[in-house]
Ligand binder design. Structure first.
Ligand SMILES: *Cc1c(COP(=O)(O)O)cnc(C)c1O
Length: 230
């Protein structure tokens, strides 16, 4: 059985060789270790292996784990579906929230951030494959949502996130990654305040290489790093 350290080193090598092969600077790509449903002990192993960015999906579970692990030198990314009534905890505990997909949620996060004098870094999640069952802003509404978000003083919109359908052949996800990058470019062209758009959060265990080729700056890897989830 490969250890988490073995996996971490292998994935980093793959990120590096992919970046090299498409002429990208490795420093612009972050590996986010997705630790949902993994124990504090497993996360500590990840930290020992060198991981600095962790992604969590469930507020309650994350709060309990972050209280034990702390935030020193670690960046916590919220990547799950967020309800407005949990915005307070997301703001208190997370450096980035990747899954803002409605004005209502953006507003709730802004209000909570204001209370603790924080400028919350967020990404807008886009329902890039337009599946009815999936979260994310509709592609046609995303520009307007970005404009509305730019008016909130305690939000800093840093980019876009997507989760295409799972394909056995990762090449099939490429078109969705391209589309997300295209929406990003259109938002940049609007030159909005408080909007930097430096990040594309895309690519998971099975398709992160394709995502890097299409401009991903945050790959969210769980299974390949920590093994399967129960
Ligand atoms: C679980 C999850 C991941 C990680 O998926 P793996 O296939 O295990 O790498 C990435 N992003 C989101 C939003 C997730 O929920």
């Amino acid at each position: 059985m490969p250890t988490i350290k073995n996996n971490f080193d292998r994935i980093n090598k793959e990120i590096m060789s992919t970046a090299l092969s498409c002429g990208r600077n490795i420093d612009t790509i972050q590996l986010i270790a997705v630790s949902k449903r993994k124990s504090v002990e497993t996360i500590m192993e990840g930290i020992k292996a060198g991981a600095k960015h962790f992604g969590e999906n469930y507020i309650q579970e994350a709060v309990e784990k972050i209280d034990r692990i702390g935030k020193d030198g670690i960046y916590w990314h919220f990547i799950g579906h967020l309800q407005s009534n949990k915005a307070k905890f997301a703001v208190q505990y997370f450096d980035y929230i990747h899954t803002v997909d409605t004005l209502k949620l953006a507003k709730a996060i802004d209000q909570q951030a204001k209370k603790i004098d924080k400028v919350q870094k967020i990404l807008v999640q886009v329902n890039i494959s337009e599946e009815k069952t999936k979260s994310g802003s509709n592609t046609k509404d995303t520009l307007q949502l970005a404009e509305q978000i730019s008016l909130f003083k305690n939000l800093s919109l840093q980019g876009l996130m997507c989760m295409p359908p799972y394909f056995l052949d990762p090449e099939k996800a490429r078109i969705y990654f391209k589309q997300l990058d295209h929406i990003k470019e259109r938002i940049i062209a609007l030159k909005l305040d408080n909007v930097s758009m430096e990040h594309l959060s895309m690519g998971m265990s099975n398709d992160f290489k394709v995502a890097i080729e299409e401009g991903s700056t945050m790959v969210r890897v769980g299974t390949s790093l920590f093994g399967g989830r129960d």
